[in-house]
Write a protein that binds this ligand. Structure first.
Ligand code: PGA
Length: 252
């Protein structure tokens, strides 16, 4: 039985004070929600402060990115060594990193290995563009993306995968639950080829792309959907905690 995970990706939003207020509000409303792993992923500069706001709560903290090297001359970067005492999860390979910052499958795989090596959980994101979907190659594309983004990875028990179709991110046009299930089933099959069937069946696979409190239950009903990576709706404590509540109700 996979415990559902709902992770809020705050992206480049919230000042320190705004982030602390959001974390406090999420703690107040969401701390007692059971049967779902709750995660918030604030900007790097707020991680320590938000860790303090959430200390002793049931809400975990994640980072939105990392560099794969432990330290060195990489101006502007943040290493996993710097993050390991602050977070439990790290998102890698998000489509915004891939399209806006030129990140590759190989770079994502290096980061995922570094995260697992530090004893943290990588949330490895994959997803097709609208162009690929319309050309009929979505399944093949994300299967290949997953394999390349997990090159050399073998710490299966720590892995979380997120399927986020690029056309659904921030657009208000979520994938249908049927599309999500088809794609996530295909990803689980690919995962079994890369690892083994028991690792694949134990790996949480999250859906991401315009998730909100009104559509989360439809996704959670799908057998291969184990939760969600939530962007815009995670910036509103009430909405995010309603999503947690819905996921908890379907996950138990
Ligand atoms: P969204 O973003 O929920 O705003 O579509 C999801 C994501 O980018 O992880």
């Amino acid at each position: 039985m996979r415990t559902p995970i709902i992770a809020g990706n705050w992206k480049m939003n919230t000042t320190l004070e705004e982030g602390k207020a959001l974390a406090r509000a999420i703690r107040e409303r969401g701390d007692s929600t059971q049967g779902v792993e709750k995660v918030v992923c604030p900007p790097f500069v707020s991680l320590e402060a938000i860790g303090k706001v959430l200390a002793g709560s049931t809400i975990a903290v994640g980072a939105q990115n990392t560099h794969e090297e432990p330290k060195g001359a990489f101006t502007g970067e943040v290493s996993i060594e710097m993050l390991r005492d602050l977070v439990k999860y790290v998102i890698v390979g998000h489509s915004e990193r891939r399209t806006l910052f030129g990140e590759t499958d190989a770079g994502t795989a290096a980061k995922a290995r570094a995260i697992a090596g530090a004893g943290l959980r990588a949330i490895v994101c994959v997803g097709e563009t609208l162009e690929v979907r319309e050309s009929g190659n979505a399944v093949e594309t994300v299967r290949n993306q997953l394999a390349a983004s997990l090159d050399g990875f073998d710490t299966w028990g720590s892995l979380v995968v997120a399927y986020e179709p690029v056309w659904a991110i921030g657009t208000g046009r979520a994938a249908s639950p049927e599309i999500a299930e088809e794609m996530m089933g295909a990803l689980r099959t690919r995962l079994a080829e890369l690892s083994d069937s028991s690792s694949a069946s134990n790996t949480p696979i999250l859906y991401g792309g315009s998730v909100n409190a009104s559509n989360i239950a439809l996704f959670m009903e799908q057998p291969d959907v184990d939760g969600a990576l939530v962007g815009g709706a995670s910036l509103d404590a009430e909405e995010f905690c309603r999503i947690l509540g819905e996921a908890s109700a379907t996950g138990m």
